[in-house]
Design a protein around this ligand. Structure first.
Ligand SMILES: C[S@@+](CC[C@H](N)C(=O)[O-])C[C@H]1O[C@@H](n2cnc3c(N)ncnc32)[C@H](O)[C@@H]1O
Length: 360
């Protein structure tokens, strides 16, 4: 097994690969009910979902938190880019479109005044990552790059010839090599495999990608996440969802998004606004916790949600059945959860679950 070195700046996820139509659906419904700006708490991760929620016209404040400071600085960079550059320039700067290192360094000069002090210091120290295009540097993105290379080396082009890929031994082999248990533990931390479901990451991802390939085939635009992960070329094609927002909403969103380094459990107790959060979105974090702590998080969240508020959870490969865990603390919204799971265009998630706080 070849080890994967951490990225020089500590970013694990360069892109958030979630289908944010679910967040939009919940925010649409909540803002129609409440008729006041919504308060949201979410995990920062690579920031694409957080920025998409901040760009939603119904939100007033989005608190995005992450234990990994590098992830928070990444989101600060995307936020500053949204403030200072148009959508096309943002894609060039971030690495979604071709640009030279010199061009990105020059764009950084424009973006820098929009950064907080810590993020400015961080990115100034990591100009090599800025020059490479930050959408390309995450360790998880490098796992996907390796998956693409292995599939190409086996003579497979899953998007163009799905049946050939799915029937070929090279398919399973590529997933087994790339998502080897020890490597996943290296990249995502020991907790990711420690509380994983009995199906290994390799079989989980190979199964999820195979189902998505059967469902969406190579139809362009049907599942951007699938296309990004399996396209035969290495260029990232996953345009962050917030870039589709009208320029005005995007500008405004940069002021709504508040970033915090720290554990979400602390944020739940210390950051909650007086009227509570209307939406708490904690994708994949419960996968990294033993069941007892998942219950602790859900209990804290239920004490922090405003009456009628919603909680959105996703699980990649965690042991905890979210529906069961939610039922001990909140109402489980079975129809919405089933609908989101059925319609989800992201590829990774085994379960998507929505909890509801009773109306007062
Ligand atoms: C759980 S990972 C999963 C990736 C996610 N599904 C995505 O598409 O971005 C997302 C982020 O959660 C952060 N994280 C994990 N546990 C956390 C915790 N207890 N509090 C705050 N952030 C956490 C990690 O640092 C990582 O950046």
């Amino acid at each position: 097994m070849t080890r994967l070195l951490p990225s020089s700046c500590g970013v694990v996820f360069s892109q958030t690969r979630e289908d944010t139509t679910h967040e939009t659906q919940l925010l649409d419904d909540l803002s129609a009910e409440r008729r006041r700006p919504l308060n949201v708490l979410c995990i920062a991760s690579a920031g694409d979902s957080a920025l998409a929620m901040a760009a939603h016209p119904g939100t007033g404040r989005v608190d995005a938190v992450d234990v990994n400071p590098a992830q928070v600085h990444l989101v600060a960079l995307k936020r500053a880019a949204a403030l200072r550059l148009d959508a096309g320039q943002q894609l060039m700067f971030l690495g979604g479109l071709d640009a030279t290192g010199a061009q990105r360094r020059q764009m950084f000069e424009e973006v820098a005044p929009g950064l907080d002090e810590a993020a400015l210091r961080f990115w100034t120290m990591h100009m090599d990552s800025v020059a490479a295009g930050v959408l390309r540097i995450g360790v998880f993105e490098r796992l996907l790059d390796e998956l693409r290379s292995r599939l190409v080396a086996a003579g497979l082009d899953p998007l163009a010839r799905p049946a050939q890929a799915l029937g070929h031994s090279g398919w399973q082999h590529a997933f087994s090599e790339v998502f080897d248990r020890a490597r996943v533990s290296d990249v995502l931390g020991a907790a990711a495999v420690g509380y994983a479901a009995t199906r290994s990451f390799a079989s989980h991802f190979s199964h999820q990608f195979a189902s998505a390939l059967r469902r969406f085939g190579g139809h362009q635009g049907e599942s951007p996440v699938l296309e990004d992960a399996l396209t035969a070329t290495a260029a990232p094609v996953l345009a962050p969802a917030h870039l589709a927002a009208p320029a005005e909403e995007l500008q405004l969103s940069t002021r709504k998004l508040h970033l915090h380094v720290g554990d979400v459990r602390t944020a739940l107790t210390e950051r909650a606004p007086a009227q509570g959060y209307d939406l708490i979105q904690l994708s994949s974090v419960t996968d990294l916790l033993p069941l007892r702590e998942v219950h602790g998080v859900l209990k804290q969240a239920s004490q922090t949600l405003a009456a009628g508020g919603a909680m959105l959870l996703r699980s990649i490969n965690g042991k905890t059945v979210l529906a069961d865990a939610i039922k001990s603390h909140l109402g489980y919204d079975a129809p919405t959860s089933a609908q989101m799971q059925r319609d989800d265009r992201a590829v990774f998630y085994r379960e998507i679950a929505v909890g509801r706080m009773a109306l007062a």
